[in-house]
Design a protein around this ligand. Structure first.
Ligand code: NAD
Length: 361
């Protein structure tokens, strides 16, 4: 699978899927694509690993962890053979395990590039969690190594595979809402103390990298465009040890070539979490709240709840990547998609630091 397709093609992929919610034809004769999960933290063990049972083309075949005790616990729970449990020290042996096609990297963002490079050089396709990496050059390194090894690279943008979000994209693109005049998106929560998420060396940044990326990515997939300019401000509460190293609240505007201005926020100190977006069109207003949670989505147009069949977005996402590997074709959230968000986040940081708009190439 090439990693060279354009943003426009990516969006049409999402738009087309919105018309027909994800459903793949089961090919009982086909062997599932084998995935190794690297990093057995909260997201891996609570969301991703339980979702393999809902996959049609994807099978959990190996675990990689820095904690041998977790390898035993989760290896036993998921029936992973002892020979397919690896530590970071022994993971080079995955090269000789033909069952493993994909390594899914689910560790803190600053560790994604090195683990991804390592996996690709060991001959495996790479799936990285978001945010893809702290810098654009890190993202490029991941893209380049996968290209060099003729491996595919995907990023865990689960909302691109979630049926309510796909329905919202359809509403935005089909004319159902009329001409879109404004989009706003807010994502934030109240983070605890002493987490890697508040250490820049591991997280790459603060709320914007971790949760604001959902506001940013939604503004992009709902508008169907790429911003040409960014204006942002950052505010950090004084004397809060969580924000010595990374940012708390980000307020940003994206100016799109059409003239549309998308407005996003992100926060790590919000007592009341937010997970929402609103699209105002000349013919209707779409409100999504919660918009990008794991489940329990509520999407309405002009107050009328949209009838959408809920799907397992994690399983759908992994199956889509497996299908691309097996059959070829374009994955909807490739490395280039992750790199685009990181480029815009860096521009948001620059604008906040300078107090000026930043133009994007
Ligand atoms: P976590 O802290 O629960 O787990 C992180 C795991 O990485 C741990 O098992 C830890 O042992 C391991 N690890 C490997 N190298 C490490 C290092 N150098 N320092 C610290 N830990 C290291 O975090 P999480 O919430 O599971 O997040 C992991 C990744 O998943 C992050 O990239 C995060 O942004 C992403 N994530 C995505 C979603 C989503 O909805 N797509 C949700 C949560 C987290």
């Amino acid at each position: 699978m090439a990693n060279t397709f354009s943003r426009r093609e990516t969006l049409f992929g999402i738009g087309a899927a919105a018309v027909a919610p994800y459903a793949f034809f089961r090919r009982d004769d086909a062997k599932p694509v084998g995935w190794a999960v690297l990093g057995l933290g909260s997201y891996a063990t609570n969301q991703i690993m339980p979702s393999f049972k809902d996959c049609e083309h994807t099978k959990l075949v190996a675990l990689i962890s820095g904690h041998p005790d977790k390898l035993v616990r989760y290896g036993d729970q998921y029936g992973i053979a002892a020979a397919s449990r690896y530590t970071y020290d022994t993971m080079d042996a995955i090269r000789d395990n033909p069952e493993i096609d994909v390594v899914y990297v689910i560790t803190p963002p600053a560790t994604h590039p090195d683990f991804s490079v390592r996996a690709a050089n060991l001959g495996k396709h790479v799936f990285s969690e978001k945010p893809m990496a702290p810098t654009v050059s890190d993202c490029q390194r991941m893209i380049d190594v996968c290209r060099k090894n003729h491996r595919s690279l995907g990023v865990g943008y689960r909302c691109h595979f979630e049926n309510h979000n796909l329905r919202a994209i359809q509403a935005c693109r089909s004319g159902e809402l009329g001409k879109i005049t404004s989009i706003t998106s807010d994502h934030g929560f109240n983070i605890g103390h002493g987490q890697w998420r508040t250490e820049k060396a591991l997280a790459g940044g603060g709320s914007m990298m971790d949760i604001g990326i959902y506001s940013l990515n939604a503004l992009r997939y709902l508008s169907g465009g790429e911003p040409k300019e960014v204006v942002a401000t950052i505010t950090n509460p004084p004397d809060d040890d969580r924000f010595k190293d990374v940012e708390d609240t980000v307020d940003f505007s994206l100016v799109f070539p059409s003239g549309l201005v998308g407005h996003g926020t992100s926060g790590y100190s919000w007592q009341q979490g937010k997970n929402q977006y609103k699209v105002v069109g000349e013919k209707g207003t779409l409100v999504a709240n919660p918009a990008t949670y794991y489940e329990g989505h509520h999407f309405a147009i002009d107050g009328k709840e949209l009838a959408v069949t809920a799907n397992n977005q994690f399983a759908t996402m992994m199956d889509a990547f497996s299908k691309c590997i097996r059959e070829g074709g374009k994955f909807q959230a490739p490395g280039e998609e992750g790199r685009t968000d990181i480029r815009i986040i860096q521009a948001i940081y620059s604008s906040a630091a300078s107090g000026k708009p930043v133009r994007l190439a």
